[in-house]
Ligand binder design. Sequence first.
Ligand SMILES: *Cc1c(COP(=O)(O)O)cnc(C)c1O
Length: 389
Amino acid sequence: MTAACLMSTYQSLALSFTRGLGTRLWDQQGREYLDAVAGVAVTNVGHSHPRLVSAISEQAGLLLHTSNLYSIDWQQRLAQRLAHLSGLDRAFFNNSGAEANETALKLARLHGWKKGIEEPLIVVMENAFHGRTLGTMAASDGPSVRLGFQRLPGDFLKVRFGDIAALETITNTFGARITAVLLEPIQGESGVLPAPPGYLQALRDHCTRHGWLLMLDEIQTGIGRTGAWFAFQHAGIVPDVMTLAKGLGNGVPIGACLARSAVAELFTPGSHGSTFGGNPLACRVGCTVLEIIEEQGLLQNAAQQGERLLARLRVELADHPQVLAIRGQGLMIGIELASPYRDLAERAAREHGLLINVTRGKIIRLLPPLTLDAKEVEMIVRAITRLLD
Ligand SMILES: *Cc1c(COP(=O)(O)O)cnc(C)c1O
């Protein structure tokens, strides 16, 4: 088989899988791999989880799609569960992360419109990644995402991530036009960069004081990845808007935008919509994923194994001349190298049977399923130590 008929948007490895179970994948030759990518923070409860398999099979035999012309029971149930877990009030369902962020951007526009702001601005962060649609590309940073796509929607102001003084400065200049701040609590694509201590709390205060919406992109950090349901819970704050996708469907496409009531009510019938968004299959899967995480204690496991993995990596790689930093929270861990290594992900797979992701050329990103156990932590540590030797 060749990829000649596909658009060349991905630099895929010459590796293809036919089967997965839990934390393991098997390739076409039947070789087993430990999966520390999880489809980029997607398969959080592991591959082919039996409860999810039976929920999907049963729902496929009952009903896949009716459209939002009718009320959808599973959609209401999932919204209620997510509202309860997050402290937010209402949900809108999409099919992807970028779409969930578009939903948030539309809420920010309406928030400004309602206040009579003619040219509203949204504050975003340096090195942010929010998706590949025109709006979310504009909210993202870096030439790799944006090159060749000018002009993009221009209503974004970029500040340095973690820098409250920079925020004060643009507030003085543009404050009256700003409607919202959008950010990732831990920047994922740019190399697992957590917000500095106190930053999210300071942002929360700043947004409240100025009547701006605090909008958190938890597409990668949410659904247990960091050892809490949502990363903002570590900071003891609640945002006005939050977006989810990736882990919510464990591989079945779904995105969600949640908001406080007063913000959610900016949408009225006709102001937003989606044909597939919130269909019975995707929403039943979402409900089942949340149940599995709860029943298997996966938040605690992600926190505990994440700490173990971080500690063990720090011990084994402490004196490694190529390792600049090891950081992260829960099972979202980055190992920053001094310089790019060629074919790191491919060598990890071929020589050590370990799937890793490398972002920005020189940051190893580990995002294993939240079911990872202590033995597998050691397997990852051993493989990475040998890989870097
Ligand atoms: C993956 C990701 C997105 C985009 O999600 P898609 O489903 O690929 O559209 C947006 N924001 C963050 C933080 C992500 O990690």
